[in-house]
Design a protein around this ligand. Structure first.
Ligand code: PLP
Length: 449
């Protein structure tokens, strides 16, 4: 468990997290961010000054976000072209969430190209008003089958799937209480926040703490337990069976975010719950079409009545233009491909294991991770950014720095995501570059060094 710093004020922002939650121990959750900027006020507020000062405060802390200007090249992933100062540099991308490289898979790109030619660009409306394409219906049926559920519902992103579903359930179940893992993603937290539901934060992956919190509440009130399967910044995995046991004992619905697991774990890519033999237990399985499935969009799978409820009451599902048919066609092709092919999953796990072993052997402080996510600890925001900049500018290795509030202060890190398409030569380049940067910046080494 990370140490958390005392803060006088908290402010919603960032990803994951972003709501002024407090940890169970009373400390600010990982999703809190202090604000020190005061608005400049005269007769009227100087808005631009306020915006610039706020951003300057981030810069001073070394956590101002700079986007790498990339051109992905189909067929060459994880190699990409980076545009910088009018020049083009070829880089190895080591931080993509296109975890299996499906974003360039011919089955996916082919399906999208064909769908554009056949059906045009946009859906032409909300799902209710002329925007439901046949491929949406097919994709929902495929996702329901993937998760062995009666029904599924697609959204414009995984983020919107979480905000809408959790927000709708929590707001409409009378006097509900939501129990949320302390490390839950911002989209889950925003769903709870939007619903104004009463909530309790249980310590990360701590079923006993969840049990204690639930035991203290009125057994008759509706309850929802919300957690993720793979936590994307540490790469650790939830004790899904234990959390479901506790939820069942207290008559709660379970809501499982499998965004960092679908496509990659379990039979046919059904996720970690399915891999662990408990895929049938969560009332809601939520996933994304934008990571292992390589496209964009999000979804939930569950009972027919629950899905119909969210379809009928979820505002951010109802009042928005449907996903373009070509997007749904690409996602459908990716889901179908990964339901029938283990090659990508096996190679993905092998690559992640290889990278972890190579990092450890080189004495680099790779964090213990039970998944494909490979975090390397730096422990300082400025140094983390500096290390990332050097890797990119000097070695053409792109790993985005992960700083507060995405992770707790003092645990800033490089989050490496090996894919099946990172070959041995790419791994060699990564290890050599990291070794050199660690040496130059005198960064901390692991015990193995
Ligand atoms: N849930 C978790 C745990 C995430 O990490 C993310 C995004 O990274 C999302 C949901 C949102 O998914 P999407 O990128 O499809 O909006």
């Amino acid at each position: 468990m990370f140490a958390r710093q005392a803060q006088e004020r908290i402010w919603p922002k960032g990803e994951p997290g972003g709501v002024p939650d407090r940890g169970a121990d009373g400390s600010p959750g990982r999703n809190c961010e202090p604000i020190s900027v005061k608005p400049t006020v005269g007769a009227f507020m100087d808005y631009d000054r306020f915006f610039a000062d706020s951003v300057d405060a981030l810069r001073a802390e070394g956590r101002y976000r700079v986007f790498a200007d990339l051109e992905r090249v189909a067929g060459q992933f994880p190699r990409a072209r980076r545009h910088v100062n009018g020049q083009v540099q070829t880089v190895d991308v080591w931080c993509s969430n296109d975890y299996l490289g499906m974003g360039q898979h011919p089955a996916v790109t082919g399906a999208m190209t064909e769908a554009i030619a056949a059906h045009g660009a946009g859906a032409g409306g909300t799902r209710n008003i002329s925007g439901t394409a046949h491929v949406h219906v097919q994709l929902e049926a495929e996702l329901a089958a993937l998760h062995s559920r009666e029904a599924a519902l697609i959204f414009t992103s995984g983020y919107i799937a979480n905000v809408t579903t959790l927000g709708t359930l929590a707001a409409r179940l009378p006097a509900a209480i939501v129990y949320s893992d302390g490390y839950n993603h911002n989209s889950l937290i925003e769903g709870m926040r939007w619903s104004r539901v009463e909530k309790r934060i249980f310590r990360h992956n701590d079923a006993a703490h969840l049990d204690a919190l639930m035991a203290a509440d009125d057994p008759a009130r509706p309850k929802i337990v919300v957690f993720e399967s793979v936590y994307s910044m540490d790469g650790d995995i939830a004790p899904i069976a234990d959390l479901c046991d506790v939820a069942d004992r207290h008559g709660a619905l379970t809501y499982l975010d499998e965004v960092h697991a679908v496509g990659m774990y379990g039979p046919g890519g059904a996720g970690v719950a399915a891999r662990d033999g408990v895929g049938h237990r969560p009332a809601v399985i939520q996933g994304t079409l934008g990571k292992a499935f390589g496209v964009v969009g999000g979804y939930i799978a569950g009972s027919a009545s629950l899905i119909d409820f969210v379809r009928s009451f979820g505002n951010a599902f109802i009042f928005t233009t449907a996903l373009p048919p070509a997007i749904a066609a690409g996602a459908l092709a990716a889901v179908r491909h990964l339901r029938n092919s283990d090659v990508e999953r096996e190679r993905h796990q092998e690559r992640a294991t290889t990278v972890k072993q190579r990092l450890a052997a080189a004495g680099l402080p790779v964090m213990n991770s039970a998944s494909h996510i490979v975090p390397v600890m730096v422990g300082d925001a400025r140094l983390c950014k500096l290390a990332s900049d050097r890797l990119l500018d000097h070695f053409g290795i792109y790993v985005q720095p992960i700083n507060y509030p995405t992770v707790a202060r003092g645990t800033e890190r490089l989050r490496i995501t090996p894919t099946p398409l990172h070959d041995d030569a790419a791994v060699d380049r990564l290890i050599a570059a990291l070794g050199s940067v660690w040496e130059d910046l005198k960064l901390g080494r692991s015990q193995a060094a």
